[in-house]
Design a protein around this ligand. Sequence first.
Ligand code: GLA
Length: 390
Amino acid sequence: MAVDLKNLRAEFRAIYNGEPRFFRAPGRVNLIGEHTDYNGGFVLPMAIEHETTVAAAARADRKIRVRSVNLNEDGEIDLNAPEQKMRGSWLDFIEGVARILERQNIKLRGADLLIASEVPNGAGLSSSAALEISVGLALTEISGQTVDRVALALSGQKAEHEFVGAKVGIMDQFISALGRKGHALLIDCRNLEAEQVPFSTKDVAIAICNSNVKHKLASSEYNTRRAECERGVELLKQFLPEITQLRDVSIDNFEKYESNLPDVIRKRCRHVVTENARTLRAAEALKQNNLEDFGGLMQHSHASLRDDYEVSCRELDLLVEIAADCKGVLGARMTGGGFGGSTVNLVRRENLGKFIERVPAQYYNQTQIKADVYVSNPADGAKEVKSSEM
Ligand code: GLA
């Protein structure tokens, strides 16, 4: 599934006339723990086998010249010139990561970059995090510097906040930087501690169904949800003065005080509080290889995102309903921010073939939209690929 490095090297030589090193970072699928990261809560994503690859070589000056193979576009950033933010293009991610790394005293050299990605865009599989983390790692390494993986993830997140204008949580960058083959990662998004949870996909597969829709609401509603959660904390503080984020609210405490909240805020808070509990239970179930329980929790997560958090849409609900009707499906839910993008499905291997046939066919019948299905094992986080591995 990987980008062909020999082709990438040939193209790099033709454009820049130099020898590149190669760096990769994966996209991700979140198994459970949705819209909890910016509430200081728990998430359980895994890195996927679809990744972004950067061919990179240092330059003598402080310019970053960059070409995207997928978009067939070029750009240039001068690290000695004033910062440029929110152009509204993919260059914001590159400039953002570079500038934020430099603010952490990682002095960068100029670079020639050629980028190729197989993480589908707009599918809710974090193509942006894969871009930020692969470029961040490449720029650091070719400058002869090292960056701690958590700091690398935080640089990607900060780049999104400041240079792209998206107030995302830390999940996507964290898993892209720190994922491990054969594992899901339970992340405590408050203290940024994480636990690798072994996840064998010998008997079950992770199938990702891309709805191929992306509703316009996605980014404005994301920010609205964040604000609604913060409002919930303010209101609950009257009764629970010690809390700072919804992460601090137990289900018991929530049930005690929820009647004091306006209807919409109450529903948003209920999702976050119950989703945190579900995520911890799911991690336990995974450790015990209890995939039936795990799947059941995924199903509840979807219902909560649909009814309480209201970030699903007709297409995602339909994909989940069709999947739930298929033999061998242990769990199905929307994954990522919502309002389109993908669902994640836990499917018994022996039923996978039928699943891949049936879900897109039924989805097409009802929507006239073609869905894509990707099957992926849990993959490694960002790394350099040495020529010997080519
Ligand atoms: C997007 C954001 C993440 C997270 C999810 C929802 O993917 O980038 O930080 O908030 O939405 O769980």
